[in-house]
Design a protein. Structure first.
Length: 188
């Protein structure tokens, strides 16, 4: 089983390059593939937003899974899940990199090869996520599957709460701006 002890720096030392490689492959796949497979227009780079999205999604999945595992009496620590989930993204690094390279040379008729590489990368990464969750928490398959479902539900609830909070804050700021403008108009 994957275990982390506080004195070992090797696992944490490998996690950071894995996370950096995932971000780099994400950026290469988004901005530097051939024009047939590119999803954004040339020159419209938003690297800070991309970094925020990648970090937020990874942190949200890991933290929500940790919270559900804690309720389900799992044995893994948060750092164990971060390290295990980072290692689970290695298939995305491998096959995403190959897809980026092939995206520069393939034609539109051969696009299924790029899509196949993405399907393999995502399926293998999800399988590794599941196995990491199962082994780190010492769950059986059924309990791990329930934990994954509860984690998905928790992620949906957290995203909904964040969305509602953003909408309410936007309404509050609009209301304050309107009241302020009305006060200036009436009393100034």
């Amino acid at each position: 089983m994957l275990r982390h002890s506080a004195g070992e720096k090797g696992e944490l030392g490998v996690r950071r390059p894995c996370s950096a490689a995932v971000f780099a492959i994400y950026i290469v796949n988004k901005y530097y593939t051939g024009f047939l497979f590119k999803t954004v227009a040339d020159g419209s780079y938003q690297l800070l937003l991309d970094a925020e999205v990648v970090i937020a999604v990874f942190a949200l999945v890991t933290i929500c899974t940790y919270l559900v595992c804690t309720v389900k009496e799992g044995e893994a620590k948060l750092i164990d899940l971060f390290i295990g989930f980072s290692y689970s993204l290695i298939p995305y690094i491998i096959f995403g990199g190959m897809a980026a390279l092939l995206g520069n040379v393939l034609t539109y008729n051969e696009a299924f090869l790029v899509q196949l590489l993405y399907v393999i990368a995502y399926a293998w990464s999800v399988l590794l996520f599941f196995l990491t969750l199962m082994f780190l928490n010492d769950f059986n398959i059924r309990k791990a599957f329930k934990t994954v479902l509860w984690s998905i539900f928790t992620i949906i609830v957290v995203v909904a709460v964040i969305f509602i909070g953003i909408v309410l804050l936007n309404q509050l700021f609009n209301f304050i701006g309107t009241v302020w403008g009305e006060a200036l108009y009436r009393y100034a």
